[in-house]
Design a protein around this ligand. Sequence first.
Ligand code: C2E
Ligand code: MG
Ligand code: MG
Ligand code: MG
Length: 283
Amino acid sequence: QSKANGRDMARFFTSDMNERAQQRLHVESKLRHAIERDELTLHYQPRVHAVTGALTGVEALLRWRNDELGSVPPAEFIPIAEESGQIVAIGDWVISQACEQHAIWQREGLGRVPVSVNMSALQLRDSALIDKLREAMQTRGVQPSDIEIELTESSLMDATAETLAQLRALKALGVMLSIDDFGTGYSSLNYLHRFPIDKLKVDRSFVHPTDEDVTGMAIARAVIGLGHALGLQVVAEGVETDEEAQTLRAARCDELQGFLVGKPMAPDMLPLWLSVHHARSEA
Ligand code: C2E
Ligand code: MG
Ligand code: MG
Ligand code: MG
């Protein structure tokens, strides 16, 4: 049984619910040791100012490579980490690592590169979150305004008093808050103005529709208008073509993120990306 076959095997068995549940348990047990075995890394995807093309920040995206399972995409292991509660420990690791990388880039002379991290609902409910975040930033001399937390609509859905208090505490700490994959969840226009949010990220399904559907971009335009009406910055994710970038610029979108701008990359590749991107945007 070769290592590479592990994942194919897993897919083969998905027809059987029982096998599927066992595979999840198997992944969960492997994930339990991922941090101590150094199997997790963060890749970083740049986002740029829609008009000037200047780097505005990077998004930290988890990568997991296990000897037996191979590379497991976040779409597969994040839900398992969330259900098993492991996302809290993993999320803590992400926060520390992202702050560490911010400090490294600054030491290397890249300046202060704002870093976004994705945060699951369970982390938001962690009463120690604020202390952990403060400590992660302080020990590395990272300014809170350089850290952005990406929350999904679903984690804001249960708009309890605790959620609101936690969001206010995050704002008081000085970090930026954005709503990720905006438009895919149950958007309540009611919470948008009640929550201390700085940014909306338009989901890539509206920016880069999978078929020749034009309604997607119409929704993207509407979200940009809505965000601006509420005084929020708007980022488009999943920008893949020049045409999409053009349309988004015309719609006054603030920032662009996607394969057109740059794919998620290992942190030591950022200087190279910067030099190539800079040369290209001056051409
Ligand atoms: P997300 O936060 O919406 O991140 C954007 C995803 O879209 C990333 O997938 C990125 O690689 C992909 N992407 C970016 N530009 C393009 C594009 O132009 N075209 C296409 N087709 N895809 C693009 P990735 O890295 O596989 O991550 C998937 C999701 O996993 C993330 O979606 C996020 O929800 C979750 N995730 C990743 N890292 C973390 C983490 O540290 N913590 C938590 N809680 N969730 C994470
Ligand atoms: Mg995100
Ligand atoms: Mg997103
Ligand atoms: Mg998305």
